[in-house]
Design a protein around this ligand. Structure first.
Ligand code: NAD
Length: 396
């Protein structure tokens, strides 16, 4: 096991929802933390969120006896000057917007100004670590570490290499991940043996958007109201929300940006459809802007789910995720499917596809073949491992 006892100073770049969440758990683990963003007011807001989060954790008995919140907050610094704060850093988490150029700039700046042992971990949802590290001074020290929202509650972190990453840097990332507490229990720090844009979770979560984006466009053309699509999904039975509400909740731009990245990396089938593109163009990004598929008031959408459209098949999402999980096995990104289901459950609270997939793979393969036929979205063609059911023997 790699020794991380010398890692004391952690910098978190990006004080948004992910950044302040990572900073909070790093403080709870006993590290000195500096939170960095582009504007003073954003960092201040991040610090306020961290303090609120620590108070909640204390109420749940998750802060060590005798340690006060003000003691912990004394270990948390703030800055808008990244190049100077990284001079003393041992480990840097990057959680800025999902734009490759910005992530590359930050990676270069950190590697230029930090000590030689410093490791840079990107929380990217969709880019190759190899691309983020492309022009960086020490690409061997650049890794991917993907957390889930909210960081303090969702107990998974996926840790991945780029082409030039050293095994040592990956091992350090995995050990740091294990050290970061989670309110629901121990953190699952998953070592992914081969580079996979989107890690495990987003590899599974994004392909269903090819189908959903197609459904949104069909519904728009047919004049079907969005709430009928969410009613089709039998929202709050299989998943906590239907796809329109969920995309509004997470931010339409989040799905859009990841689809754009996957379009370049995997297939043009990921190109966001007309509806998603138009919502982003209009700035109707969902809950955060008050308008997306729905109007949002006081953090809730104004919807009635009493009539179904009969357009969306909720089983398709699981079928697509099973297919993608099987592709991860075929590509040797994971050697067994248990870890895929574990990541899904601990990271997203959605059960993985392999449990139900064992009994449904034949039916689901046919559903995918039929959808490819009518939509032309070839990326969703069922792979051999899914069609044959041979994945059943590949649990670990
Ligand atoms: P966010 O919009 O809440 O926060 C991003 C922050 O980055 C903003 O505060 C912004 O001011 C800051 N920023 C932008 N450019 C910067 C720069 N040059 N230097 C310093 N700070 C800069 O976004 P988020 O949801 O916290 O996502 C951050 C990253 O985490 C993205 O890569 C995203 O894909 C990834 N991610 C998000 C989720 C999620 O559910 N939100 C889950 C896993 C991973």
């Amino acid at each position: 096991m790699v020794d991380i006892s010398k890692i004391k100073n952690i910098v978190v770049v990006g004080a948004g929802v992910m950044g302040y969440g990572i900073a909070q758990v790093a403080l709870m683990a006993g590290f000195n933390v500096t939170l960095v963003d582009i504007k003073e007011n954003i960092v201040n807001n991040g610090l306020t969120k961290i303090e609120e989060g620590l108070k909640k954790a204390q109420k749940k008995g998750k802060i060590e006896e005798g340690v006060s919140i003000s003691d912990l907050m004394l270990k948390c610094k703030k800055s808008v000057d990244l190049s100077s704060v990284v001079k003393e850093s041992d480990f840097v988490f990057e959680a800025v917007v999902e734009k490759l150029e910005i992530k590359k700039q930050i990676c270069n700046l950190v590697m230029e100004n930090s000590p030689p042992h410093c490791i840079f971990a990107s929380n990217t949802s969709s880019f190759r670590i190899t691309d983020i590290a492309e022009d960086a001074k020490r690409p061997e020290n650049v890794i991917g570490m993907h957390f889930f929202l909210p960081v303090v509650l969702q107990c998974c972190v996926e840790v991945m290499k780029g082409e030039k990453t050293s095994d040592h840097a990956l091992d350090v990332g995995v050990e740091i991940g294990k050290r970061l507490p989670c309110l629901k229990g121990k953190r699952l720090s998953v070592r992914i043996k081969k580079e996979s844009p989107g890690f495990i979770a987003n590899r599974l979560l994004m392909p269903p958007l090819i189908y959903l984006s197609w459904v949104f466009d069909q519904a728009f053309e047919k004049g079907i109201p969005w709430e009928q699509i969410d009613a089709d999904a039998e929202a709050r039975k299989l998943t906590p929300m239907g796809p329109c509400e969920l995309n509004d909740y997470l931010g339409i731009d989040t799905a859009f940006n990841v689809m754009k990245s996957f379009e370049k990396i995997f297939s043009t089938d990921f190109a966001p459809g007309k509806v998603l593109t138009s919502l982003v163009k209009k700035g109707n990004l969902g809950r955060k802007t008050g308008q997306g598929f729905y109007n949002w008031k006081d953090g809730k959408p104004e919807i009635q789910l009493n009539k179904k459209a009969g357009l969306l098949n909720p089983e398709m999402t699981m079928a697509i995720m099973l297919n993608e999980g099987c592709k991860l096995l075929e590509e040797n990104i994971v050697s067994g499917y248990k870890i895929v289901d574990d990541v899904m459950l601990t990271g997203t609270s959605i059960p993985g596809p392999f449990g139900p997939g064992k009994n449904n793979y034949e039916k689901w393969s046919e559903m995918l073949e039929d959808f490819v036929e009518i939509s032309g979205k070839k990326y969703l063609k069922p792979c051999e491992l899914m069609k044959s059911g041979d994945f059943i023997n590949m649990r670990k």
